[in-house]
Design a protein. Structure first.
Length: 276
């Protein structure tokens, strides 16, 4: 699979290059909580606590971003059949952006943008739940524009190579054998962190194309995932704020394939963060 090998090679090479001295670095741990999360095929509102470790840094030729979410659901997203314990999930995102202007040694002439980059990275997850037990693996590769704004605003057009190996107990998931690879598809990604008065408005938006048919042969749909927060500095390295997530056709599941259950989430959240 040429694209897979290329993306893995770029991640290794670009990640290794960041071992040089860092120009800046930021690491934080945070907690988020909401009561209106949703999961496909599940018609109930789900309460989730989310603990996160987030790291970002910049060096001579680019930047790194890493985020690990640990998600703890209540019993409405059960860990196993008949259990009062909620599902547990780990979701890891890594991105490296190589700044092509810095690599060339001069600023690129781009109207409204401060730079053009090449982004490569991966998503990885593992979840224990009653029906699916996701084991997602996804590689990403594509160009990124870094816009000239207060704070930062980056837009990327990424090619996605995604696979999964679910091990849920229910047919037809139980009939899936080995790792299933979806059709290659595109994602338009927006990431921002912009000062607003005495606060910071930050988040991401992913607009993801259909990835063909899923493991069961059902068609997938285009996906929209928008997650944002307004955060205030509380002093002594603490920040707190409110957030909101809108997720439609979650993981490519649509109103038709889910019978209208859990394919869309509209979730207010509270958030607390401590900078290390």
């Amino acid at each position: 699979m040429p694209t897979t090998r290329l993306c893995l090679a770029l991640c290794a090479v670009l990640g290794a290059s960041s071992a040089q001295a860092l120009d800046w670095s930021s690491t934080a741990v945070s907690w988020r909580y909401g009561t209106q999360f949703a999961e496909p095929f599940n018609g109930q509102d789900i309460h989730k606590h989310i603990l996160a470790l987030t790291h970002a840094d910049g060096y001579q030729y680019g930047s790194n971003y890493l985020n690990l979410d640990l998600l703890f659901s209540d019993k409405n997203d059960a860990r196993s059949l008949g259990s009062d314990s909620g599902a547990r999930e780990a979701y890891l995102v890594y991105r490296h952006t190589l700044d092509l202007g810095k690599l060339a040694g001069h600023k690129l002439d781009l109207a409204g943008a401060r730079g053009l980059g090449l982004t490569a990275g991966f998503d990885w997850n593992s979840k224990s739940d009653v029906g699916y037990n996701s084991r997602k693996r996804m590689l990403v590769l594509g160009p990124t524009l870094m816009w000239e704004v207060p704070g930062f605003l980056n837009t990327s057009l990424l090619y996605l190579h995604e696979s999964n190996a679910p091990s849920g107990p229910f047919a037809p998931i139980s009939q899936v054998r080995g790792r299933y690879t979806y059709k290659g598809h595109a994602m338009f990604n927006v990431v921002w962190g912009i000062p607003v008065g005495g606060a910071s408005w930050e988040g991401y938006a992913n607009f993801i194309g259909s990835k063909g048919r899923d493991e069961t042969g059902a068609p997938t749909g285009a996906e929209q995932n928008i997650d944002m927060a307004l955060m205030w500095d509380m002093g002594r390295q603490w920040r707190a704020g409110v957030g909101y997530q809108y997720w439609r056709n979650k993981f490519g599941n649509t109103a038709v394939t889910t019978g209208g259950k859990g394919y869309r989430a509209s979730t207010p959240m509270v958030r607390v963060e401590f900078k290390l």
